[in-house]
Design a protein around this ligand. Structure first.
Ligand SMILES: *Cc1c(COP(=O)(O)O)cnc(C)c1O
Length: 431
């Protein structure tokens, strides 16, 4: 790394912060005191705009009661659509192709139940064994609901020892027995970013539907769903989008599929002009909104609305650019300061910008969990994923270069002092 423009000293991190054109964004967040927060990929911190938007809706409820459905600003009745329109700009979609609704896993069920159309011997689903488990649980139950085999009819593509999946292998598995491919854009453990355009083209050439879980990429990485012709996608509202714990999630639906009848129907998926006709014939909205089911949780949606405004102020291209600057610096510091004994960490995340999302996974043969816990004791929030990975996710919105330098400095001190040794090797329920 001798040709790196960077230096390892702490003062240099301050130089980077001083030169950072987006440093003011941090001021738009509530940052917990005495904390270095490195979990932008898990639960994003609270934007002040989210707090304000929730306060606004509480006020509307207080003042208007049911009148808020049409009298709120914006009206609650259209809030999910308004948020979808804003989010469409982040993912390269038309305004009516995105809706804020449901939750991630729920939306997977909804879309797979709509678009998984097994017929004859074309009845299998391709996914990756490196997938976030909830996606696999959902796919397996969808197979069982069709009377198919939850194991035999699910083709799981594995990865190498670092958890990197080979896209050639995915394409190679796209046989005429496959009806659907479901993949994550960014793998939750390694941080690998898949080539969505290539995989989509390969699936379509073989007559296969393809959808993506973009929970680990939206808000950190730009997408071009329409240009790539992805069939459908979901992502969650509480990671890089900072919409709050358990925030409502999102659906992208390619307009080519607007006429397909939703697999899971409910009255909020009705054409909005006729929803209150109370007809027993379900006529879904010809938009992603047709895949809504229930009354939207307006308080949760308001937080997402406020949070999105922060990203919209800057544009996803600038956010990605800053994310890459932060994580490139982190790669450099891990190589220079943590790779040799006794530190012995290695970077798991692919190095090329085009193959990585917003977080960096570092691994260590021993004691990674204990070191992660010792970080918590020092006010540094990262997380651990078995067997040996610590995930570090600087938020492109509020993390600083000084934060990045500080995580690496703490890890060196923790290993140098041996303070991690007595920490029990036990994973908590949320870690
Ligand atoms: C975070 C995440 C989820 C979360 O699912 P919920 O239904 O919101 O709990 C699902 N899939 C992936 C790939 C994720 O990263």
């Amino acid at each position: 790394m001798h040709d790196s423009p960077h230096r390892t000293d702490k003062d240099y991190a301050q130089v980077l912060d001083a030169a950072d054109p987006m440093s003011a964004v941090r001021g738009k967040f509530n940052i917990p005191e005495d904390t270095v927060y490195m979990l932008g990929n898990s639960l994003g911190l609270m934007p002040k705009a989210a707090e304000e938007a929730v306060g606004r809706v509480m006020g509307e409820w207080r003042e208007m009661g049911i009148g808020g459905w049409m009298g709120g600003k914006p009206p609650w009745f259209y809030l999910a659509e308004r948020i979808g329109e804003a989010a469409a700009l982040l993912v390269g979609a038309a305004p009516d192709e995105v809706i804020c609704t449901g939750t991630t896993t729920y939306n997977i069920h909804s879309l797979v139940s709509t678009f998984f159309r097994p017929s004859g011997s074309r009845k299998k689903i391709i996914a990756s064994s490196l997938e976030f488990p909830t996606d696999i649980y959902a796919l397996k139950s969808q197979l069982e609901l069709r009377g198919l085999d939850r194991d035999d009819d699910l083709i799981l593509i594995g990865g190498d020892e670092e958890g990197i999946v080979n896209e050639d292998e995915i394409v190679g598995a796209m046989s005429d027995e496959v009806a659907l491919v479901w993949l994550s854009s960014v793998l939750f453990r390694s941080g690998q970013l898949l080539d969505i355009a290539r995989l989509t083209a390969a699936a379509h050439e073989r007559g296969i539907m393809i959808g993506f879980d973009c929970s680990h990429s939206v808000g950190a990485v730009p997408h071009s769903f329409d240009e790539w012709d992805v069939d459908f996608a979901v992502w969650c509202g509480y990671k890089y989008l900072c919409g709050g714990p358990g925030a409502p999630a999102f659906i992208y639906l390619n307009r080519n599929h607007f006429d397909t009848v939703p697999g899971l129907s409910g009255w909020f998926g009705c054409d909005k002009d006729r929803q209150f006709d109370m007809s027993l014939e379900f006529d879904h909205a010809r938009s992603a909104g047709g895949w809504q089911v229930s009354s939207p949780g307006i308080l949760g949606a308001a937080a997402v609305e406020g949070a999105l405004s922060v990203i919209m102020d800057h544009g996803i291209a600038a956010v990605r650019e800053r994310s890459l600057r932060l994580t490139s610096y982190l790669f450099y510091l891990v190589d220079e300061l943590l790779s040799e004994e006794p530190y012995s960490f290695r970077v798991v995340t692919p190095r090329e910008d085009s193959s990585r999302g917003g977080h960096v996974a570092i691994a260590r043969g021993e004691d990674a969990l204990k070191i992660k816990e010792a970080l918590v004791d020092r006010g540094v929030v990262t997380d651990f994923r078995p067997p040996d990975v610590i995930r570090i996710a600087p938020s492109p919105l509020y993390s600083t270069f000084t934060d990045v330098r500080s995580v690496v400095g703490h890890i060196r001190e923790i290993i140098g002092s041996g303070e991690y040794r007595d920490i029990p090797d036990k994973l908590g329920p949320i870690s």
